[in-house]
Design a protein around this ligand. Structure first.
Ligand SMILES: *[C@@H]1O[C@H](CO)[C@@H](O)[C@H](O)[C@H]1NC(C)=O
Ligand SMILES: *[C@@H]1O[C@H](CO)[C@@H](O)[C@H](O)[C@H]1NC(C)=O
Ligand SMILES: *[C@@H]1O[C@H](CO)[C@@H](O)[C@H](O)[C@H]1NC(C)=O
Ligand SMILES: *[C@@H]1O[C@H](CO)[C@@H](O)[C@H](O)[C@H]1NC(C)=O
Ligand SMILES: *[C@@H]1O[C@H](CO)[C@@H](O)[C@H](O)[C@H]1NC(C)=O
Ligand SMILES: *[C@@H]1O[C@H](CO)[C@@H](O)[C@H](O)[C@H]1NC(C)=O
Ligand SMILES: *[C@@H]1O[C@H](CO)[C@@H](O)[C@H](O)[C@H]1NC(C)=O
Length: 772
């Protein structure tokens, strides 16, 4: 079963097998998805009741089984069903998919300035009528980031509500709802949109938080925190709980958000593994959102750097990778012999320069707990001898297999701090519940040598600092990579945005590190993940929407992609599969010159070529006039996408023809000329090479032919096409790569096996890791 969750980066202490058995007669929550809501007079509830009654056999069992009727924005329901009932529904006419209620993974100040999107330059409108809806863990409404000072009442189109006790909306947070299909509440969960985990407060303030001066994490990263569009309104749809985020709730949130009237939807979570579009709740919800003029911006996932790991890859979604900003968090270690080592850590603790006895974790094994040095050197909780750990600094190791420690073992043993040697972490920092830093394996060996050769080894961990990272921006190792696992001819991710060590608002009841024993409380926290890059892009999209209220979701997406900053290819082996079109440039995105627009019919045509037939599409779109003009599956090259992807079967020649149409949104009278480049032996021909416009809104088409000799085992070659006029440069990447035989024949119904996918997936549980 596919798993999914928030795309925030947590400590993957143990790679849990959270798979639940799906067999037997036990009733489990399933979602029966039936496409667009029928037009005209339509009672979703009575339709769903009678369907359930027919299959379950009685009115009372139908009533007991139904959890949600979706009928505001699309048609479907969630109900508790046996396997047999699931099979019956699957065969029904008009049922597009039956989806088990699986769990999804929850996949700053400085970050906006780094994007050239500075407060002064922007003149950000404090008043705004753009509404950003977020599907997340809830929100802390009393945070200063959500003050409504100076904001007028919500725009008149708003139809949302504020739900739940002890939770008040204002003119900033104009709507808040919560969903819990499994009816599973932990003691730490608020039965309201209030956020007990911090994640949703963080993403909301990143997308649309007000300016808050003097924000910092224990003095680190001090500055003015703000969202991408501080004038935007926020609507929170709380779908994640300590038990996880479930499909039925995600669909319920989309159903409401679309009907409530949000403009942009921000979703920092996703399913792992390739899933057909209409079995993925985020692809389904965002498809119906697009039909209502709403762009959905999603995290790409935290399963990098392995290929084919990108999540949320539907072409109507804006898929966001995570990259660094120009600062990194370091904490130094000073040994008794005067040696100083620099590690990565967000260390808010001040030991005032005092040194403590230093030991190796392997020397603190709790033998009665079954540990030995081989185990205890990793310092995992439960394996440490607290008599040895107490009052000391412990040198620990991370296994380097994707699992790593969070200091909890040392905290429980009453240690003072921990120095963690790690073979892999080089590009992001965590915060820990005690003084801690992460050093290289080589430095770890030197410190171990010092411990072994010194009578009374001592050390101290210095207060954390922020250093300039001159390498930035680069896509962080954990950010999920393309190629697209379902549609190889659509390049994913679409772009990248800051997602590493981002400061933003936090829930004051949640610990700042992922450890419930951490009793500190903060108003702002620094965390990493594509969960953090997604709301950066949602905020930028809201900003573009504010400047151009009538632009379609595809136009906003195109503007963000074609104006993105070019990312240094030399820092990325996997090139566009890491960063897509580049790093967002919110300011420039309001002035793209030309856009690659697309509307529903373009996506329908795309779906036809993916193998969906007219019968299915009529239900998905609710429109009897939509039909597939071609019955043979084809390539995705005619979808009017702002990037170009050519997937070539291994050993075959390069040969692709794209047609594209650009719409003039710049100056009325303008003449664009094209330049392009591709590495040898690939040739690109663009016809015509000049496009002249005489009006805003005018459309012009061109073709792009990409060809070359047979290629084999080619992970990626890339170049770009740029249409230029004066200051406008409309840039699209072009990638060519080989895939396994059969992969290029789009086939929606058969999710392809991921080739050699070494899953180092991060998982989320209870906002905590390692407490399984
Ligand atoms: C009510 O809200 C306050 C914040 O204003 C919070 O601290 C408290 O825990 C909430 N109480 C309940 C019962 O949810
Ligand atoms: C750490 O604490 C010491 C003394 O308690 C103080 O002098 C120093 O300024 C503090 N350092 C930081 C960075 O806060
Ligand atoms: C060793 O582990 C056992 C079992 O977990 C625990 O009860 C005991 O307190 C530990 N001993 C020390 C000295 O930490
Ligand atoms: C099929 O062709 C008709 C007539 O040209 C057109 O109206 C319709 O939009 C096309 N359908 C798709 C899915 O492209
Ligand atoms: C259309 O596709 C669905 C789902 O794959 C299938 O059940 C149905 O038989 C197909 N209809 C036609 C007319 O091919
Ligand atoms: C679409 O066609 C079906 C039967 O083919 C019919 O029941 C339905 O009312 C039609 N819908 C519309 C909106 O015309
Ligand atoms: C565009 O160019 C045409 C002819 O060159 C001219 O008549 C027209 O006034 C121009 N329009 C604008 C808005 O500059």
């Amino acid at each position: 079963m596919a798993m999914a969750g928030l795309h925030v980066l947590l400590y993957p202490l143990l790679l849990a097998a959270l798979l639940q058995s799906c067999h037997g007669q036990e009733r489990k929550v399933h979602i029966v998805y039936m496409g667009e809501r029928p037009r005209g007079d339509f009672s979703a509830a009575s339709m769903h009741h009678s369907m359930l009654e027919r299959v379950l056999g009685s009115i009372s069992s139908a009533k007991k089984s139904l959890i949600y009727s979706y009928g505001k924005s699309f048609n479907g329901f969630a109900a508790k069903l046996t396997d047999e009932e699931v099979a019956k529904f699957s065969e029904m006419e008009g049922v597009i998919s039956v989806i088990p209620n699986h769990k999804l993974q929850l996949h700053t100040t400085r970050s906006w300035d780094f994007l050239g999107f500075t407060q002064g330059k922007v003149g950000i409108p404090q008043q705004g009528n753009v509404i950003v809806g977020l599907l997340d863990t809830g929100i802390w409404p009393e945070s200063e980031s959500f003050s409504d000072e100076g904001l007028s009442s919500p725009p008149s189109k708003w139809k949302g509500i504020c739900q739940g006790a002890n939770f008040t909306c204002n003119n900033k947070i104009i709507g808040a709802r919560y969903y819990n299909s499994e009816n599973n509440y932990d003691v730490t969960d608020f039965k309201s949109p209030r956020d007990s985990e911090g994640h949703g407060t963080h993403t909301s303030s990143t997308a649309a938080g007000r300016e808050v001066a003097g924000a910092s994490y224990f003095g680190l990263a001090e500055g003015t925190a703000r969202g991408g569009h501080p004038g935007a309104r926020i609507a929170m749809y709380k779908i994640c709980w300590s038990s996880g985020c479930f499909v039925a709730d995600i669909l319920a949130a989309f159903d409401d958000a679309i009907a409530d009237g949000v403009d942009i939807i921000s979703v920092s979570l996703g399913l792992g593994g390739p899933i057909p579009y209409f079995e993925d709740p985020i692809a389904i919800g965002s498809f119906h959102a697009i039909r209502n003029g709403i762009l959905t911006s999603c995290s790409a996932g935290n399963s990098g750097p392995f290929p084919y790991t990108v999540a949320n890859y539907a072409p109507w979604i804006l898929t966001v990778a995570a990259s660094t900003i120009d600062r990194k968090f370091v904490a130094q270690v000073a040994l008794g012999n005067g040696q100083v080592y620099t590690g990565l850590s967000i260390n808010g603790f001040n030991l005032s320069g005092q040194s403590f006895p230093l030991i190796w974790g392997g020397d603190a094994a709790n033998y009665s707990a079954g540990a030995d040095p081989i185990i205890s050197k990793y310092c995992f909780p439960g394996f440490m001898n607290s008599n040895k750990v107490q009052g000391k600094i412990i040198l620990c190791e991370n296994p380097g297999d994707g699992t790593f420690g969070d200091g909890t073992g040392i905290l429980i043993g009453h240690g003072v701090g921990t120095i963690i040697s790690d073979p892999s972490i080089t590009d992001f920092a965590f915060s820990y519940p005690l003084p801690a830093t992460v050093i290289s394996t080589e430095d770890g060996l030197q410190i171990l040598d010092y411990i072994r050769t010194t009578e009374n080894p001592i050390a101290t961990i210095l207060v954390g600092e922020t250093w300039k990272d001159i390498m930035a921006p680069y896509v962080v190792s954990f950010s999920s990579r393309g190629p697209n696992p379902i549609t190889p001819d659509i390049l994913k991710p679409d772009l990248t945005a800051p997602g590493v060590d981002i400061l933003a608002a936090w829930s004051p009841v949640a610990p700042p590190s992922i450890d419930f024993d951490d009793t500190r409380r903060v108003k702002f926290n620094i965390i990493s993940g594509t969960s953090m890059s997604c709301p950066h892009t949602s905020g930028a999209a809201a900003y573009v929407k504010a400047a151009h209220p009538n632009w379609s979701p595809a136009a906003i997406k195109s503007a963000l992609m074609t104006t993105a900053y070019i990312v240094d290819s030399k820092k990325h082996q996997d090139l566009e599969f890491a960063y897509g079109s580049g790093q967002i440039n919110p300011l420039q995105a309001t002035e793209p010159g030309l856009v690659y627009d697309a509307s529903e019919v373009d996506y329908i045509d795309f779906l036809c070529k993916q193998g969906y037939n007219t019968t299915t599409l009529k239900f998905i779109t609710g429109d009897n006039s939509s039909f597939c003009n071609s019955t043979t599956p084809g390539r995705a090259w005619d979808l009017n996408y702002p990037s170009f992807s050519v997937a070539v079967e291994d050993g075959q020649p390069i040969k692709a023809v794209f047609t594209r149409t650009v719409t003039n949104v710049g100056l009325p009278n303008s003449t664009y000329t094209v330049t392009g480049y591709m590495p040898a032996p690939v040739t690109v021909i663009i016809e015509p090479s000049v496009l002249s416009f005489s009006a805003i809104g005018e459309k012009k088409s061109f073709t792009v032919k990409v060809f070359g000799p047979n290629i084999a085992q080619q992970p990626i070659m890339s170049g770009a096409i740029v249409w230029s006029h004066g200051a406008y440069a409309v840039r699209s990447p072009v990638v060519v790569y080989t895939i396994l035989p059969g992969f290029a024949d789009s086939s929606f119904s058969m999710p392809h096996e991921k080739p050699d996918f070494k899953g180092s997936s991060f998982y989320h549980k209870n906002g905590i890791l390692g407490h399984e």
